[in-house]
Design a protein around this ligand. Sequence first.
Ligand code: MRU
Length: 353
Amino acid sequence: MTIPLSIKWENKQLILLDQQKLPHEIVYLKVDTIKDVYDAIITLKVRGAPAIGITAAYGLALEAQNYKTHSMKDFLETLKKDATYLGESRPTAVNLVWALKRLLKVVNQVDNVTSAKQLLVEEARKIHKEDEESCRNIGEFALTLLEDKTKVMTICNAGSIATAKYGTALAPFHLGKEHGKKFEVFACETRPVFQGGRLTVWELQQSGVDVTLITDGMAAHTIGAKGIEAIIVGADRIAKNGDTANKIGTLNLAILASVNSIPFYVAAPSSTFDLSIKDGLEIPIEERKAEEITHINGQAIAPVDTKVFNPAFDVTPSKYITAIITEKGIIYPDYVENISTQLVNSIEKGEGQ
Ligand code: MRU
């Protein structure tokens, strides 16, 4: 039983698991250019907020190795332009611009192109390594919250393949397995592109965790019928007041948790917090192409020219969130106050972001 990985850095090469081919084919792609990285992100070959950030960091660092200039001014100008290009690949997951900003910042430490190129790769590797550590910590904290609970529902894939390793919402299940705890996970299939059915089910099966697949519309019934004790999800962007954007359908689960008086947990690293925005209204919501809804595997399931609305994310107001689990600890309401004291203070001390 193994926990699958989606991002590898081997012999100065970026290698990505093609998540579009899962679960039927396990294909790792060598990604060389910034355009390949942009395409991999936009076509969901790599997806999940932390994984998008790590991949973009490697993508920018790789592209910078090919800059021909010896002028630091020209180097920085091109780097900025490329960071803007990559940063526009997907709008909701803030980890993307967070990682790119880290790279743009680190090059200011040096005054020559050779050192800058080296530093960019080192920083990308650091972001990758730190994310694995963060996810492990998130998993351990989540296990303390889920101590007496075994039947847990989730949506989308906030797992190992959406991060460096372990995942956020799925981390307690992987670590629980290591610690000998048996969870029964209920995975919502996650229409329209089935991150739950294709990815979460596959990933948990790979690491030997008990997982049951349901369609998204079965969530309300399943909570009662199967005695779900908690819901845990990942996040793409968390505002200063705790409002959380995550995969479309997350808000439905949060409301169901509230109505059924079961805890609703959000698991995310500090790189997913956007402390520049007051609340969820300021989070940009990606809208994706109509074919994701009108077609399945290239096969039309709706009449030709059907009008479609396809938001990829929704925003869960913080009032529905029982706790936010980060690598630095568990944050409870009042979020406006506690995010600021627990997260902002540790960031100001230089412990992240
Ligand atoms: O569109 P996706 O598959 O990138 O959406 C991913 C999610 O919504 C995840 O829950 C989130 O990014 C957290 S991944 C640890």
